[in-house]
Design a protein around this ligand. Sequence first.
Ligand code: P6P
Length: 327
Amino acid sequence: MQLLSQFLRRQDTDEELMDLITTLTVACKEIALKLRQGALAGVLGTTDNTNVQGESQKKLDIISNEILKTVLLNHTLVAGVASEEESWPVPGNKDGRFLVLFDPLDGSSNIDVNVSVGTIFSILEAPEGEDFSTEQPYLQSGRKQLAAGYVLYGPSALLVLTTGQGVNMFTLSHTGDFLLTHENVQIPEETREFAINMSNHRHWEQPMRDYIGDVLLGADGPREKNFNMRWIASMVAEVHRVLTRGGIFAYPWDARTPKKPGKLRIMYEGNPMSMLVEQAGGLATNCYKNVMDVQPDDIHERVSVALGSSKEVEILLEYHKKGVSKD
Ligand code: P6P
């Protein structure tokens, strides 16, 4: 079994990027330990705080966010970090080379019911001479990402990582090392599995309702095959299933928040997950263009997301090409 550091060296990864990724995993191992202890460490439950997203903060949202900020901002290579849990970016070493953006604990509404959650991260080049306490230097499209990934805290803890040379998975061993367990992950082009929160059906655009309607008709409808549905309400767990066995995951635009293009955050969820999915041969779209081609204007910008098996996403896009684009 190959250590993460050995694998990254074999891939001829930039030494400083490799150093940063290794540092990121130190924070994630600490988070994994807190999660494993759960109620025994008194870290479950919700605080009285609401984050900038308007979501109530779990104790572990704050704990995870603080662990990541402390570990990363003490690294000389980090010019600044932006977090889903922070109103504004936090500057680090002004001469640092990298920006790190993260959702410290995606799916945290699941923590109290012991369902998989994860840390999602995105690494960008820090533009020279910028003020890293402002959002401007972070507002780069997903195409600019140097690396992206997540650590899934499930029955086992897995690091899923891309540096632009494919997607590889590393399982956390009992000795505290991430060991290569899945190399060059490829998403199957076709699928019979879809993941969407069906309770929002009446709020979707018509093309999404039409696509899902035909999927639900199964073998009796135009798709001529039966589908199965999953919904974990933890994007990191859904994307992991898609990377592992294919599928399509969607959190589309919703008429309840017409001014917001979607629920998911482009910088902390949309872009990193889209880089992973594309690097594994899948597609990731906002139903009108690739997520990573969207130019963000706000550090907490939302985005509609449909990602996964390439042929299935292409079929979804056909429904939207016929439908009226809301752009
Ligand atoms: P809903 C978690 O809060 C999250 O951002 C994603 O991880 C997940 O896919 C989605 O929201 C779940 O949303 O509306 O089903 O609770």
